[in-house]
Design a protein around this ligand. Structure first.
Ligand SMILES: [Ca+2]
Length: 118
């Protein structure tokens, strides 16, 4: 029951918010057509925002590439297995100047990086 009320309230708030954006198609009144246009606009804005966040996250991941050296002491295969192939390649380069081929299988990369740190 509470969930139903919350859902109805959310729809009402969203509808009001979209209605407040006003006349979108320029025919002088605010009706369902305008609300639909507003909803489309908002959806596009949200999608752009999400893409932006994804791009920024990618940048942060690149900056954090050197993660193996963040593991204290000598990394175990279990720890290496938790990393992505990109992280393994980046770490091998950063810590040992080794150029590993990202197209190698993950297990091969893990084994190569594991040996580098011995
Ligand atoms: Ca209109």
């Amino acid at each position: 029951m509470l969930i139903t009320i919350l859902v109805i309230a959310a729809i009402a708030v969203a509808g009001y918010f979209l209605w407040k954006r006003g006349d979108q198609d320029g025919d002088g009144d605010v009706d369902l057509k305008d609300i639909k246009l507003s909803a489309k606009d908002v959806k596009e804005d949200l999608e752009e925002g999400i893409d932006e966040i994804k791009d920024r996250a990618q940048d942060v991941i690149k900056e954090l590439g050197d993660v193996v050296s963040a593991i204290k002491g000598v990394p175990t295969k279990g720890q290496l297995n938790k990393l992505t192939k990109q992280e393994l390649v980046n770490s091998a380069k950063a810590d040992h100047g080794a150029d590993l081929d990202i197209s190698l299988k993950k297990t091969t990369l893990v084994n190569k990086v594991y040996k580098l740190y011995r």
